[in-house]
Ligand binder design. Structure first.
Ligand code: CUA
Length: 356
């Protein structure tokens, strides 16, 4: 009924109808009471005008009236609260099995990464008729991912992942805006969402990519030497990551967390924050060494390890070829930092300066 009103953007997602219904209900309630109050003012002004009622009748309190004008607004706002909460939960809980797209916002562009390997700037191709979950972060300031035709808006924050989702219904091109003032060219931080026919999208996603996002992550995983500790045979000094994603992780302080994207990200950039039970706090931080894109690749790879679509690579053969120093496992050669296990017999010859 409202589609052809030029005031309103197209409705191109399953969320649009819900948001519009709530919006129009709020407008209708406000309009009704505005009209009611105005009409009563007019009516009373005429009905109780001075010529007809020279002496005012004073009324002191009416319990029934007070209950009425408290009860009715309470019922209305509670109805609005429940209704909007239902929509809020719908919007914040992505359906299971949604396809995933990673987004990095920066001054002043949107960088998208598809799990199939496609990368885009200021444009996002998605299929119609499928759930799409966005996993978003910013490499500088706060931005906000806003697609009016989908009726979704979600902040994109530095230092963490936020998520939103949509289910586009109609193929077409839709505006993407940044809805958070983020600097001088904030108004130019725009793009478009291209909703495609699903079969065309599959063709598009498979064309001209060399490897998936997870395979890019696997390369980083090897490049940064993660394989030295995170081994598939459980013999590493870090946890085996196979099958870890999406499951509960017991920490050494007794807490349990779910290994989601945010947990993986935190464990890469601030490894000491949550130590897995049974492991030591020995992993170096990768804060400042990885771009957001590399972190996303690693997250996608660890996710693929979780659902069985990837395997942990074998450790590279020569030790300490990674980007950070790795202490060897043998206690003899680790003598310098390991006071308790150093014995004179073992280290005496190599370390003449060792204390008697
Ligand atoms: Cu990004 Cu405003």
């Amino acid at each position: 009924m409202w589609e052809h009103l030029p005031l309103f953007p197209a409705r191109a997602s399953t969320m649009a109808g819900h948001v519009d219904a709530l919006y129009f209900a709020l407008v209708a309630i406000a309009a009704f009471f505005t009209f009611l109050v105005s009409a009563l003012i007019l009516f009373f002004a005429i009905r109780y005008r001075k010529g007809r009622n020279p002496h005012a009748t004073q009324i002191h309190g009416s319990t029934a009236l007070e209950l009425l004008w408290t009860g009715i607004p309470l019922a209305i706002v509670m109805m609005i609260f429940v209704w909007s909460s239902v929509i809020f939960f719908m919007q914040t809980r992505p359906p299971k099995g949604a396809m995933e797209v990673y987004l990095v916002g920066k001054q002043w562009m949107w960088k998208f990464q598809h799990t199939e390997g496609q990368r885009e700037i200021n444009a996002l191709h998605v299929p119609a008729g499928r759930d799409v979950r966005m996993i978003m972060t910013s490499q500088d300031v706060i931005h906000s991912f806003y697609v009016p035709a989908f009726r979704i808006k979600a902040d994109v924050l530095p230092g963490r992942y936020t998520t939103t989702w949509f289910h586009a219904t109609t193929p077409g091109h839709y505006h993407l805006f940044c809805a958070e003032y983020c600097g001088t060219q904030h108004s130019g931080m725009i793009g478009e969402i291209v909703v495609m026919d699903p079969t065309e999208y599959d063709k598009w996603a498979a064309s001209g990519v060399d490897g998936s996002l997870a395979s890019a992550g696997e390369k980083s995983f090897q490049h940064y030497g993660c394989t030295m500790c995170h081994r598939a045979d459980n013999a590493g000094r870090g946890p085996n990551l196979t099958g870890a994603f999406g499951h509960a992780v017991l920490l050494d302080d007794g807490r349990t967390v779910t290994a989601d994207e945010s947990y993986i990200r935190e464990s890469i950039l601030n490894p000491g924050a949550k130590i897995v039970s049974g492991f030591k706090n020995i992993m170096p931080t990768f804060e400042g060494q990885l771009s957001e894109e590399e972190v996303i690749g690693l997250v996608a790879y660890i996710k693929a390890l979780g659902n069985g679509t990837a395997n942990l690579p074998l450790p590279v053969s020569e030790p300490n070829s990674g980007a950070y120093p790795v202490a060897p496992k043998q206690e003899g050669s680790a003598a310098k930092s390991d006071k308790t296990t150093t014995t004179p017999e073992k280290s005496g010859a190599a370390q003449p300066a060792a204390k008697p």
